[in-house]
Design a protein around this ligand. Sequence first.
Ligand code: ADP
Length: 275
Amino acid sequence: MENLKAIVTFVIVSFFLALISLLVLYYMKEFEENDKYAQHLGGNMIIVKDLIKKYGKLTANDGINLTVNAGEIAILLGPNGAGKSTLIKSICGLLRFSGEVTIDGHDNRSLEAKRLLGYIPEFPTPFPMLTVNEHMEFIAKAYRLTDWQERSEALLERFELDDKKNKLGKELSKGMQQKVSICCALLPDPKVVIFDEPLVGLDPHGIRELKAVISELKDEGKAVLVSTHIIDSVEESWDMTLIMNKGKFAREIRRGEQFGEDLEEIYFSIIDEDK
Ligand code: ADP
């Protein structure tokens, strides 16, 4: 009888211990998944620290600090000459500057950073003697992409370039050049995408598609930085707007922190005050 009691107690205790172990393992796994998701959503993809860029005596960027996380759209909004393009070119590793820029933890001039970064310049310069298709092929080879053709077709179709595949770079209009530049930048599926004044020069279809693409990039967890001087183009999907003037950030507004103020009112109150 005593033996039977001991056996039953042993079985019950073992059962509960096994149950507790299973629950612990389950919650550990959940925690790991959530942590991975949190890192994916919140990872600091672009970090700029104390960036100063001078052209001779002119200080175009004066001590810029900026962080853009995965899954975020940051808008650089400022008048002509505020220093937006200079900042973007510095982040993309195209200019020398003092300070520090990292892309997903890599120095912005490293190959790792360049692999992660898609840059759409304000003034695209396609290769004059390469066709649209050859531009895509060139990018695919440079990034050592495999199975890229389907993605390339989809991008070209989306930006209405599918019937221009055999046109040479020198034969493209400004808007078409910009669309090719967008397709080339997006082909390697970069984690960080930086657009410099992307809407200028695009036709209505291009503008609509680009806005949709920017929202999709955010949903996919990419970090997106867009510069513009057109307030109306700052659409619903932004997370952070940085108002830039005379080489500095005059104000950083996070979504939901406007307290009823219109972005346009905030912008003009800053820019007019600073004249
Ligand atoms: P934004 O993109 O906001 O219009 P930019 O970054 O192009 O502003 O320019 C910021 C300032 O730097 C302006 O005063 C501009 O004239 C100057 N600047 C830009 N590029 C150069 C350059 N290559 N050499 C000298 N000055 C420049």
